[in-house]
Design a protein around this ligand. Structure first.
Ligand code: HEM
Length: 333
């Protein structure tokens, strides 16, 4: 609030209005339409399996650091088409940049390294127009007859925006859901015994701990919200978390995590309207597969007794800084 809008030489999907937004969104949806994302389930399972295999059989660990943070980045890199041998490096650069947002990151060495790498990747793809791939990079590099060619800087900007939109938010969803279930042991046990309850537990997590806390809009015409008049050109924060805790909507127990809350999926965690989250189906799959795999492998996992929900740095994303747990071998309950 109070800062000037960042001026970019091209429109970004989150800040553009129709018709530019419509064309950009349609382009991204070619790779990210819900049926296409749902087909990624087996790939997500393979990534989760690999991340879980790296965990010890038992002992105290920070599950955020050692598991949760890796799942959404690897899934997104697969969707984009970043070659697997470079995933660790890209993740290190991208994490530094995303942690700096909304401050400008372009002077950081990590920004230079990541954008140079992406430019190289784009050049390599464009140099082989006959080797087509089924991924976002291919779609943005090669325009269909009715589509616009994109310059390399524009393409990089869209990729950076995806890195910002898809990773920390989904990490937050997975870690919040685990924290709340483990903190209410009877709810962990209930989901453990009946996995059909996991879908609603994830929706309730999105409501209770909304990963993206707010969105920003520029007002285009005079409007009143409640008794508050707002003039054109003013910026407003739309507080997603507040809406998702609104007791008039959710009842007296709106501040309680209830995995069996009826209609939990009526939350606003993915936004509403023309800018509603494109990646929602993928985030839901990732959370389901990751939590389900942990329930399978560590049914007796507990939160460390001194574990506290302390918010991570940064205003936008809501998640605990860490998830200290005690892993116990399955079967030794
Ligand atoms: C739990 C995880 C996620 C949450 C809570 C979340 C939340 C949101 C919200 C609230 C918006 C709307 C912003 C606005 O209206 O200004 C949004 C937009 C967007 N999200 Fe997500 N997101 C998540 C995961 C993802 C993933 C996994 C992807 C991509 C693979 C993604 C890609 C996008 C894109 C491209 C937009 C812009 C859509 C547009 O402006 O038309 N998000 N997200």
């Amino acid at each position: 609030m109070g800062a000037d809008d960042v001026q970019l030489p091209f429109a970004m999907i989150t800040t553009a209005d129709p018709p530019i937004h419509t064309a950009l969104r349609a382009r991204l949806l070619k790779d990210m339409a819900p049926p296409r994302l749902r087909k990624m389930r087996s790939q997500v399972e393979a990534i989760v399996e690999e991340c879980i295999a790296a965990l010890p059989e038992s002992g105290s660990i920070d599950l955020y650091d050692s598991f949760v943070q890796y799942v959404p980045t690897r899934v997104l890199y697969a969707v984009i088409g970043i070659p697997e041998p470079r995933w660790n490096e890209v993740e290190k650069w991208a994490d530094v940049i995303v942690a700096t947002l909304p401050e400008p990151a372009h002077e950081l060495p990590e920004f230079g390294a990541l954008t140079s790498y992406l430019a190289q990747l784009i050049d390599d793809r464009r140099a082989r127009p006959h080797e087509r791939h089924d991924d976002v990079l291919d779609n943005l590099c090669f325009a269909a007859p009715n589509e616009r060619e994109m310059s390399t800087p524009e393409l990089i900007a869209h990729l950076l925006q995806l890195l910002g939109a898809a990773t920390d938010t989904t990490r937050a969803l997975i870690v919040n859901c685990l924290f709340r279930l483990l903190n209410h042991r009877e709810q962990w046990e209930s989901v453990l015994d009946d996995r059909s309850k996991l879908t609603n537990a994830i929706e309730e997590s999105l409501r209770f701990d909304s990963p993206a806390q707010f969105m920003v809009r520029t007002v285009v015409q005079s409007v009143s919200v409640g008794s508050c008049p707002i003039e054109p050109d003013k910026k407003v924060y739309l507080n997603i978390q507040s809406a998702n805790h609104d007791e008039e909507r959710w009842g007296e127990d709106s501040m309680t995590y209830r995995a069996d809350r009826p209609n939990a999926s009526g939350h606003l965690a993915f936004g509403r309207g023309i800018h509603a989250c494109i990646g929602a189906p993928l985030a839901r799959i990732e959370a389901w597969v990751a939590v389900n795999a942990l329930l399978d492998k560590y049914p007796n996992m507990t939160l460390e007794p001194d574990a506290k929900w302390i918010k991570c740095d940064g205003a936008l994303v809501r998640r605990p800084q860490m998830l200290p747990v005690l892993l116990t071998k399955a079967g030794t309950r």
